[in-house]
Design a protein around this ligand. Sequence first.
Ligand SMILES: *Cc1c(COP(=O)(O)O)cnc(C)c1O
Length: 386
Amino acid sequence: MKKIPFHKPWITEAEERAVVNVLRSGWLTKGPQTEKFEKQFSRFVNVPHAVGLNSCTAGLHLALLSLGIGCGDEVITTPFTFAATANVIEHVGARVVFADIDLVTGNLSADAVQKKITQKTKAVIAVHLGGLPCAMDELGRVCKKKNIPIIEDAAHALGASYRGKKIGSWGRVASFSFYASKNATTGEGGMATTCDARIAKKLRILSLHGLSVDAWKRYMPSANTYYTVDHAGFKYNMFDIQAAMGIEQLKKQKIFMRQRKVLWDRYSKQLSDVPGIMLPAEATDGNHGRHLYIVTLKTGRKNKIRDSIMLQMRKKGIATQIHFIALHKHPFYRKKYGFKANDFPNANVRSQSCITLPLYPQLSCADVDHVSHVFRTLVGQEMGLS
Ligand SMILES: *Cc1c(COP(=O)(O)O)cnc(C)c1O
């Protein structure tokens, strides 16, 4: 039986060589490679500032801090996301305010956001689910009226764009992930981007203990040995082993995206006539990041069929995942805020009926055909529609 894992990172000799070079260089932590990767990344996203971090979560956390958000404030976000998106709001002591998603796109609904805005709203965190760009102009219009900054959770959206502008350049701050399973990886890692020089400076300082000068700068011949501790900052910086990998991964982005599109289109073609399912929405105003191929079964709030299909696919060697069980249904948020499952009906329905099929550049067309065939057969059997 052929096993198809949910994800395989595409690491070549180029990454191996780059990492070994750093190991042999004598400088392992944040230094020249991180600076180089930051420069290249800022060019890729077309923003003036990119700050290398050890995760996307760190970037979201620092984004909130650099905007001065804390106790007594409210931050609006989607419940249909990974834990990190909302956890960081808790980290700064602010209140999480969920707004429901659009059922078809899975992204935050601008109308729902508008209804949740109060005097206390200090930011909106928008997630580009699966790489599908949020409607940034609609969201921007809603937020601009109240002067509320948007933070982009761009964990899925490396390479995506909206109305001709790269994702990561729309919000006041954006944060990308280089976690092992994301569109590009450094094992673990992240990058925050912004057009605002003052915010960039805050991100840098807060990512390295709140020190006025980082170690690499202190090491330069002209540098001052002394630093001051200006904030009680965090240990969130990227380091050169990660950055060396990131530089190589970024070089391959075009190939990655081309291959993701080929496989994506192949799934969509193979599955277009399967009754009872909704395929992932296409980007209507830009380029999809094509990180996750999320199919939604038209089973409403009953999750039994989805779970049974996933189990049977696993028995056939095909790994699938759920993106996501909405956060308002998880114990921490449910208990703290008293949420009921149907408080966010669209997020609830998608939680119960979504299934993500494997999608990564090293998957072959034959793999996609095989997964599609198995999935189609199971959907037919389980939903009684074949
Ligand atoms: C993966 C992910 C994150 C966190 O990324 P890390 O780099 O692991 O911190 C944040 N938001 C979303 C939507 C994610 O999928």
